[in-house]
Design a protein around this ligand. Structure first.
Ligand code: SF4
Length: 397
């Protein structure tokens, strides 16, 4: 049974997971598949039904931010995409004027029709999965499109889109060069991308890329090579005026992704689509977690009933709040923490948050990570988790 929490007076965000792609990239373990028409229709009906149900229960007055991710949302045929956007941005009952409304897109799907549909619906931000503009890296990754076709689509996007632009890049891909990654960043900066997400390649053992590396078909860059690319990428981003405001996210001043900030600040959001996960604040600093199944059929059979509902109790919630806040340059506010939990971070974690002052320091009432602290966050988090568990065992929190 879904507990009824009144969201009408709270700022709320909405995430929509589109679990479809035109093809599968060799490194990817996101929840997505290549759909049939029937599967797409089933998904959209389920999403509409889910949103109706959630809005009946929680009564949000609107959504401050909307993020349509996946998968590849831009791979939805235009009639389905228009229908989805119509429901999300102009649906019944709930006024919908998000401050920020983002959709992820694959460059190969970008054309003037798609851009008109998005602009007319009220989207104001596009996040493009670029990953690399080097053909060797794209081939090893089995990315759709080659470097030239991707550049052509990005140039169409930059010349026609009036909203904000973000790009995802991966470092550590086989076939990627140090100069190439730096060049990609410079190219995106020249096109006017105000936000860049820079992720390290991480592979599950079952991914096609990991298997190809196991049998010697491709060579994955070693630790030193990955580090070299990372350092060059960071230097280029800084040199082009981007600021690191989260472990993997960089932006020009004032161009942070508000939607993701809601996650890092552990606010309230609802999630539609299989594998999506919502979070609502409860009293005592606890959270209600709403996890949609990562199973398209189960989700479509009854999106509300198939959702797993759990309560994140205070001690786990404290750790989540710390973990998410220390990912960001704004860090963790002592007063914010006290308002949520009735205790200060030092009551929960002792001196562990600042045990490594070159990684995290207390400045003007906030625990703030250094650049190195963002890279080595786990060192701090392990110390904090140990301290929290020790405090719990000793009955201090
Ligand atoms: S397009 Fe994105 S979600 Fe789809 S397979 Fe590639 S990386 Fe995964």
């Amino acid at each position: 049974m879904m507990p009824a929490i009144d969201l009408s007076q709270r700022p709320v965000s909405l995430y929509v997971h589109v679990p479809f792609c035109a093809s599968r990239c060799a490194y990817c373990d996101f929840h997505s598949s290549i759909p049939t028409d029937e599967e797409r229709l089933r998904w959209i009906l389920a999403v509409e039904r889910h949103l109706d149900g959630l809005e009946r229960i929680f009564r949000p007055a609107g959504y401050e931010t909307l993020y349509i991710g996946g998968g590849t949302p831009s791979f939805l045929p235009v009639p389905q995409l228009s229908r989805l956007l119509g429901r999300l941005l102009a649906g019944t009952g709930v006024p919908r004027t998000p401050i920020e409304a983002t959709m992820e897109a694959n460059p190969e799907d970008i054309d003037s029709t798609l851009l008109s549909v998005l602009a007319d619906a009220g989207l104001n931000r596009i996040s493009v999965g670029v990953q690399s503009l080097e053909d060797d890296a794209r081939n090893c990754s089995r990315r759709r499109g080659n470097a030239d076709s991707t550049r052509a689509r990005l140039e169409t996007l930059a010349s026609r889109w009036r909203g904000r632009l973000s790009a995802d890049l991966i470092y550590g891909l086989p076939g990627q060069s140090v100069d190439g990654l730096a060049r990609d960043i410079g190219y995106l900066a020249d096109l006017g991308f105000s936000h860049v997400s820079l992720y390290e390649l991480t592979l599950s053992d079952e991914s096609p890329m990991a298997r190809a590396a196991d049998v010697g078909e491709i060579a994955l860059p070693g630790e030193d090579e990955r580090h070299e690319r990372y350092v060059a990428a960071k230097e280029t981003l800084r040199g082009r005026g981007y600021q690191r405001y989260e472990v993997s996210n960089w932006c020009k001043p004032g161009q942070e992704c508000s939607h993701n900030q809601r996650y890092w600040r552990m606010g309230d959001w609802l999630a539609l689509g299989p594998s999506g996960s919502g979070n609502l604040r409860l009293d005592g600093g606890r959270f209600l977690r709403l996890d949609n199944p990562a199973d398209d059929m189960l989700y479509a059979s009854d999106p509300l009933a198939s959702c797993t509902i759990s309560t994140i109790e205070t001690d786990d919630a404290m750790f989540e709040v710390l973990m998410m806040a220390l990912r960001t340059s704004e860090g963790l506010g002592v007063e914010d923490f006290r308002k949520r939990f009735g205790v200060e971070p030092s009551d929960a974690f002792g001196e562990a948050v600042v045990r490594y002052p070159h990684l995290v320091s207390l400045r003007e009432g906030r625990y703030v990570p250094s650049d190195e602290g963002m890279d080595l966050l786990n060192v701090v988090l392990v110390a904090c988790l140990d301290a929290l568990q020790g405090n719990k065992a000793g009955g201090h929190v």
